[in-house]
Design a protein around this ligand. Structure first.
Ligand SMILES: Nc1ncnc2c1ncn2[C@@H]1O[C@H](COP(=O)(O)OP(=O)(O)OP(=O)(O)O)[C@@H](O)[C@H]1O
Ligand SMILES: [Mg+2]
Length: 268
């Protein structure tokens, strides 16, 4: 990563959305305070408070049904909190209507999913720039250069005209990561991004996510069941029964497994 790319990334101004204040380095990208989410009788989130700061790669772990995906969806504005405060890139999601939230998401959030979610009829490059098209944003020379840089850095240069069906799973996920990085969002949410990949492709994808955080200062929150995947993150949050029950700096796979065994047994 050349210095100029690093500087370009850091200097990139994050636009203010709907007159909301622009986020600064000191402000958390995500702030949750006493957030609950219930579905009828089911309490998916039981009062979650946490901050995610800029440039951090956070893993969210916990037993099945503990509320990880709900937490991600609420923080990203894909789902409504039942109570509590949700700030995303400085904007109060609960005070915004659906249109404003959709705009905020388009400008400030990137997503990477287990199932890649690429458009099958578009080439890899067309998939990567699709968010710009959807947001009606012009691809200026600087953005085009950034996209070209990502394509090279993610090892996609010789696959860029291929459609998703002509790519391996690992390549498809790298296209999805390039798509998420292209618009330099305030945060990328990744829900089990390595769930469909073999161990070698998983390692490649996790290394790319870690590099994006370290080299580009890209904030990333990743839900994963896999202790090896979570060991790439610089923070490990553990969720059980809709609450934060652990918040740790970088851990080894073994330390993470030991932590989780306690909660899996406790939850059984
Ligand atoms: N739309 C919904 N309607 C009703 N209940 C829901 C809904 N979404 C989630 N839940 C419930 O909320 C709880 C938390 O679900 P969530 O999907 O957040 O868990 P998770 O930690 O992501 O689990 P997994 O590891 O299996 O993906 C579960 O009990 C689930 O059944
Ligand atoms: Mg889930």
């Amino acid at each position: 990563m050349s210095w100029s790319w690093r500087r370009m990334w850091r200097d990139a101004r994050i636009p203010s959305v709907m007159g909301m204040p622009s986020i600064t380095n000191a402000q958390p990208v995500v702030r949750l305070r006493d957030v609950t989410r219930t579905y009828g009788q089911v309490v998916a989130l039981a009062g979650i408070s946490l901050d995610i700061h800029r440039g951090r790669f956070t893993a969210i772990m916990g037993p099945s049904g503990s509320g990880k995906s709900t937490l991600m969806n609420v923080a990203a504005g894909l789902d409504d909190a039942t109570s509590g405060e949700v700030l995303l890139a400085g904007a109060n999601l609960r005070a915004m209507d659906d249109d404003a939230r959709t705009r905020l998401r388009r400008e400030q959030v990137g997503f990477v999913f287990q199932a890649f979610n690429l458009v099958p009829t578009l080439s890899a490059r067309e998939n990567i720039v699709l968010p710009f098209e959807l947001a009606g944003r012009r691809i200026d020379a600087e953005t085009a250069a950034w996209v070209d840089h990502l394509i090279g850095a993610l090892g996609l240069a010789d696959r860029i005209t291929h459609r998703p069906s002509e790519l391996s799973g690992g390549q498809q996920q790298r296209v999805a990561i390039a798509r998420a990085l292209a618009s330099r969002p305030a945060i990328i949410f990744a829900d089990e991004p390595t769930g469909n990949l073999d161990s070698r492709s998983s390692r490649e994808v996790l290394t790319l996510l870690r590099t994006a955080a370290q080299e580009y200062g890209q904030t990333i929150a990743m839900v994963s069941h896999d202790p090896v995947a979570a060991s790439y993150a610089d923070r490990v949050l553990v969720i059980a029964d809709g609450r934060v029950v652990g918040d740790h700096d970088r851990l080894t796979p073994q330390q993470i497994s030991d932590l989780l065994i306690g909660f899996e047994v406790g939850a059984a």
